[in-house]
Design a binder for this molecule. Structure first.
Ligand SMILES: *Cc1c(COP(=O)(O)O)cnc(C)c1O
Length: 378
């Protein structure tokens, strides 16, 4: 008998029992999800306090960000309802994902991007995947307002995270983390922009904690559970959100008029999932804090240099914030912590190259010169 594992067909297939997937539905998928949970061994050791830090590297989704998780669900549902076009406002990654899934489904994608502030890789994706790219003379929040009005005026599905199907798809990242660890983490750290993702993770962790067929505290451990605390499987993590200082409505306590940050993916002043995100933070006993652009870039570089993980600036904020909070004594010693790295570093090569200014040596095409340059640096 063949024991060959089944082909992985994406998260709607894997978690269909926990998603609004109906029998016979045409699933629009790029085999997204199933991203690695990378143990950050060097950073964990250097952080001390016996912590174990893991990165959920969502940059390894098909279009390079977690937006694929929500988009497979949202576009599948939109196509199911007979929609011929989808629309979104985007700081970049949503438009890349919308364009990809729309292309696959054979429907049109319209994407509204803010003027000038979009990472080049993201723009390239939306363009080559055939989306109609509309650059507005305004920011993300302006785009969001216009998109909502457009959906009232035309038969077109909004695929921003105000679409509840997006969050349904995105909650599967929490499922994967618990499935992988065999337990929930003690803390989950995550960048916060429009605040859909933190809300989706909380939904995912909560749903998994609630399904407890063995009532004896744990829905996931088998009888041979290898984890020393059988009760941990029905716990939920403390949710910790991080925002960029120039774009931190959750820290300010209300919308920010002209959000600014190098982390363009979270350059959002009026987050749409305001209440859901606060519920996640408050119910879990968590907090939201802010990092300066300088701290964000430092974290991006640290992850690349110390762990070989190249994520975009907005993503690195989760690890940068965590390391600061460990130092500040806000994280219990011995904790298991997961951080979402929301998008791939290749999305925004300009920022990475600027960060590494002068890192390229220029010397003559001469072996002795190369030898000198290398031996000096061994
Ligand atoms: C969309 C995005 C975020 C922010 O997620 P929200 O759900 O809007 O809070 C963070 N990082 C990256 C790379 C993103 O694309």
């Amino acid at each position: 008998m063949s024991t060959r594992p089944r082909h992985y067909l994406g998260l709607l297939d894997r978690y269909r029992d926990r998603l609004p997937v109906t029998p016979g539905m045409r699933i629009i998928s790029l085999c997204e999800g199933n991203t690695p949970l990378i143990p950050l061994e060097n950073l964990s050791r250097e952080a001390g306090h016996d912590v174990k830090i893991y990165a959920k590297f969502e940059g390894l989704n098909p279009t390079g960000s977690f937006k694929d998780r929500g988009m497979t669900m949202a576009v599948t549902q939109a196509v199911h309802e007979g929609t011929k076009a989808v629309i979104c406002a985007s700081t970049g990654n949503t438009s890349a994902a919308a364009a990809a899934y729309a292309a696959r489904a054979g429907v049109r994608a319209f994407v509204l991007i803010p003027e000038g502030k979009i990472a080049l890789g993201k723009l390239a994706q939306a363009m080559i995947q055939g989306a109609v790219v509309v650059q507005i003379e305004g920011n993300f929040d302006d785009g969001m307002r216009i998109v909502k009005e457009m959906a009232d005026a035309a038969p077109i599905a909004i695929v921003n995270s105000i679409n509840p199907y997006r969050l349904q798809g995105q909650k599967t990242a929490a499922f994967e983390i618990v499935d992988e660890l065999g337990r929930a983490p003690d803390y989950h750290c995550i960048p916060v922009g429009n605040a859909g993702n933190i809300s989706a993770y909380w939904t995912g962790f909560s749903e998994y904690a609630a399904v407890s067929p063995r009532t004896a505290a744990c829905g996931f451990c088998t009888d041979a559970c290898a984890f020393p605390h059988p009760a941990v499987c029905d716990t939920r993590p403390v949710m910790v959100g991080y925002q960029a200082a120039g774009s931190a409505p959750f820290v300010r306590g209300g919308p920010v008029e002209n959000p600014e940050t190098i982390a363009t993916a979270i350059r959002i002043g009026n987050p749409q999932s305001w209440h859901l995100a606060w519920a996640a933070v408050n119910e879990s006993g968590g907090w939201v804090d802010e990092l300066t652009d300088e701290e964000i870039l430092k974290a991006q570089k640290l992850l690349a240099e110390r762990e070989g993980v190249f994520c975009e600036p907005a993503s690195a904020i989760s690890v940068g914030g965590l390391l600061r909070d460990i130092k500040a004594g806000k994280i219990k010693p011995g904790s298991v912590i997961t951080c979402t790295l929301t998008g791939h570093g290749l999305k925004d090569p300009d920022t990475a190259i600027k960060q590494s200014d002068g890192a390229v040596l220029r010397i003559p095409a001469d072996t002795d010169a190369v030898k000198r340059a290398i031996l000096d640096r061994m």
